[in-house]
Ligand binder design. Structure first.
Ligand SMILES: [Zn+2]
Ligand SMILES: [Zn+2]
Length: 174
């Protein structure tokens, strides 16, 4: 959905959209969208600004990725809100000499006549996901020695057994 600034000049633009999996491209992020993404909110042009736009709303979606520890499925139900400000890129061109102040980093920029809601949602979902994507906080991961998924089967490997294995290999070489 294109959020047109021209339309915002006339009225606040409200959106209530449901994006089926595939409409927002998460493929480059090793993520899979496993439920429709529903987003509701509004986009408005702020008065007495040089084209500054405020976009706020909420969304819900369920995402899936590979667990960083056990390589199984890690599922993330997201239910979050956003309140974002965007300025037209042309403003930076004019303010070239002005350094962007700290604290202004929350402001994004748009080019042309507006913004794609899909792009905003992609960014929001990536921000909402934890840095470490794990299936569960208590995920025990994969045993580095025998490769067993330790959530499913407990193995008897001890940390030092990796050294034993190298010892065995060395013996074989002799
Ligand atoms: Zn895991
Ligand atoms: Zn093991």
């Amino acid at each position: 959905m294109f959020l047109s600034v021209k339309e915002m000049e006339l009225r606040k633009v409200r959106f209530d959209e449901t994006f089926q999996a595939g409409r927002i491209d998460f493929s480059g992020e090793d993520l899979e969208q496993i439920s429709p993404l529903r987003a509701q909110g509004s986009a408005e042009l702020l008065a007495h600004t040089d084209g500054e736009v405020r976009i706020r709303g909420t969304y819900t979606v369920e995402m899936r990725s590979q667990c960083d520890r056990c390589l199984g499925n890690a599922v993330f139900p997201l239910d979050a809100g956003f309140d974002l400000y965007y300025r037209p890129v042309s403003v930076i061109a004019r303010e070239e000499e002005v350094e962007i102040e700290e604290g202004e980093t929350e402001i994004g920029f748009y080019e042309g006549g507006g913004l794609e809601l899909e792009g905003i949602l992609l960014e929001q979902v990536l921000l909402a996901l934890p840095m470490q994507r794990v299936c569960s906080e208590v995920c025990k991961g994969i045993c580095p020695v025998c490769g067993t998924n330790r959530n499913e089967t407990a193995c008897d490997c001890r940390a030092e057994s990796s050294d034993d294995r190298w010892g065995a290999l060395r013996k074989l070489e002799l």
